[in-house]
Design a protein around this ligand. Sequence first.
Ligand code: Z5A
Length: 233
Amino acid sequence: MKGKLIVFEGVEGAGKTTQIQRLRHWLTEGAGRDLIPAGGPGVVVTREPGGTALGTKLRRLLLEVGEEPMSDRAELLLYAADRAQHVEGFLRPLLAEGAIVLCDRFTDSTVAYQGFGRGLDGELIAQLNAIATAGLTSDVTLLLDLPVTVGLARTQRRGQADRMEQANQAFHERVQAGFRALAAAHPERMVAIDAGGSEAQVAQEIQTVMTERLCLWYPALAFRPSASPKPLS
Ligand code: Z5A
């Protein structure tokens, strides 16, 4: 793949949407612009569930409070269907053209929410993730790490909770434990970011991590005399 897949993960209200917009701005109009290749599709923002037309319908089904309780396995399969469509119809073509894709949630959310949260079998989830992605993995995953209570308090200010947000706090604590376990198990791919600071502080930490990664991915750009941020030692 010519492009790069940068995934944001974390509990409800961790600030993923906010920080994706800030990173997009830094990569397109800020100092990060010097560190990515010019031309091609550039920087693209997407999310799971809901990154495609089919995914938008699946997202509605997954988040609305329906007439009957959704079974955990049905929920798992709907997230997998959303991902299969997203990977094949959106992510792979864009990455093949060289896009820098910023994706709000990916496979680790399924492990954390359906595995650690709902208690579904980890091996089953790994198999479904493998089917849905056909082997596509993130180039880096930024885990915005925030206490569950802080994140939920932020989202509650938004108004009515969706079906997933309505799960009890113990569920969200298990999800949080899942994300932390994943970050500990995959240090080469996942970087934990302290999401408890101000929006600007979190954005700064993300830019530091991304400067390091971009210099590794595109060394010819980083070492150009005109490149503004110097690579970290
Ligand atoms: N899910 C799943 O179960 N399995 C899967 O495989 C996948 C997903 C892919 C998607 O819902 C749900 O699907 C999600 C997981 C599940 N549900 N749960 N629970 P979503 O996309 O609607 O929910 P989300 O991904 O958690 O997004 P969110 O709730 O909008 O949170 P966020 O994007 O991380 O945060 P934000 O929107 O940037 O910020 C939230 C608020 O905090 C907002 O008012 C900001 O202005 C404020 N904020 C942001 N940063 C700060 C800082 N630093 N300080 C203070 N306030 C801040």
